[in-house]
Design a protein around this ligand. Sequence first.
Ligand SMILES: Nc1ncnc2c1ncn2[C@@H]1O[C@H](COP(=O)(O)OP(=O)(O)OP(=O)(O)O)[C@@H](O)[C@H]1O
Ligand SMILES: [Mg+2]
Length: 453
Amino acid sequence: MKKILIVDDDSALAQTLQLYFQSKGFDVLVAGTSAEALTLWKTGHPELVLLDVQLPDINGPQLLSKAKELNLPGDVVMITAFQDTEATLHALSLGAIDYLYKPLDLDALDLLIKKLDLRKKESEKLEKLTYVISETYKPKQIIGKSDGILNVVKAIVQVSRTPTTVLIEGETGTGKELVAQTIHYHSAPNEPFMGINCASILGNLLESELFGYEKGAFTGATQRRIGKLEYSGKGTLFLDEISELPLELQAKFLRVLQEREFQRVGGVKSIPFKARVIAATNKNLAALVKSKDFREDLYFRLKVFVIRIPPLRERREDIVPLVEYFINQLNIELHKKVKRIPQTYLDALVDYDWPGNVRELQNVLRRAMILSDGEVLDFDLRWLDKTSPGQLSTSSFSPEGGVPKRLVDVEKEHITNVLKFTKGNYGEACKILGISRPTLRKKIRDYGIRLKV
Ligand SMILES: Nc1ncnc2c1ncn2[C@@H]1O[C@H](COP(=O)(O)OP(=O)(O)OP(=O)(O)O)[C@@H](O)[C@H]1O
Ligand SMILES: [Mg+2]
């Protein structure tokens, strides 16, 4: 049964209202003062409160603002006289949903009940159509409830207690760096975390970046420089995209892991290496070992403790919690107040395959949030690119010169163009082409590509 609280110091009016609402099937509570009203409001949980503007103790709007402060639920309708317009407007600004003029007539009350019914139906409809975002997540956590992600979290807890080397495997955007940081903060929070991306730096530079160098080690080495190995101290050295570490450096790094010491480039002194190593890869290292693009002995060293993060499409239960998490974060970052997401969009997000995994989800939501002004997330389903890369388009194809080219010619031409584009930088070219450095070198040799940079 619907419960109503009537707050009016005019006891005759209160009684009339009580009889009227009881005849409509309401459970009625009556209060003559604000103090009484507040107690009944707190204990009786009314769905509707009829509130007189003029009361003997504090007035209606003041009582309303108190109720709002206390987060007391229930729709509030003011009972007002013409001379109280200002106070009534004030009450509306505080969240009252409607008002009735005194003297009350039955038509006005009937109309009110109809309006309330309609309002309830509308809000139930909206409730059904939209997913309400809960606000309980804290920033920088690993979010998810799938078995896949729970196993990852379990592994993080286990490995954090030991100084073991860790290999994190996962497609792009699955959260490899996040996992590496979490291990670090669980095991050595007050020590340094040094990350280095093996794909983004060229061979020689990568070596200096890792090992550091002594003054005069090579032309341009005008003073000693400390490398990431040394900087990482008793903390963590995070080697991202380890598959791109050149073979010479793989050998050198293997020695560091075995001997737990190293020398700066051009130096003779051995420096102890005490940090934990975490390596990450989005390539299949075992396959690279087979094709001789990755050293088997280094692979075995790294493989002691492997954490594999499954792609998002294999743990769809995580999508809704991630959506909530990112929307809450983006609300703060972008000063938005999105609270709901239409069910059809949420379903589409859960169904989508996410080739770019969590990062792609984050980016799509950022785009939607930037365009959303109200409480409901604005979304364009076209942002989810359903055409997978392998899918053939049926649109017509008219090659240059009438005859399609051989695949090898296309590849040669493309590699040459990319190398021109990167001004001969192999590391960047590898990144763009999505192949490893040894593969690139082999193709350059096989195709006889010569560059004039
Ligand atoms: N389970 C998760 N919970 C919360 N945030 C996550 C989760 N997984 C990934 N993220 C977020 O998604 C983004 C991408 O994650 P991250 O950079 O760690 O991925 P990655 O695997 O290192 O990607 P890449 O291979 O492209 O380097 C980051 O902003 C990260 O914080
Ligand atoms: Mg990464």
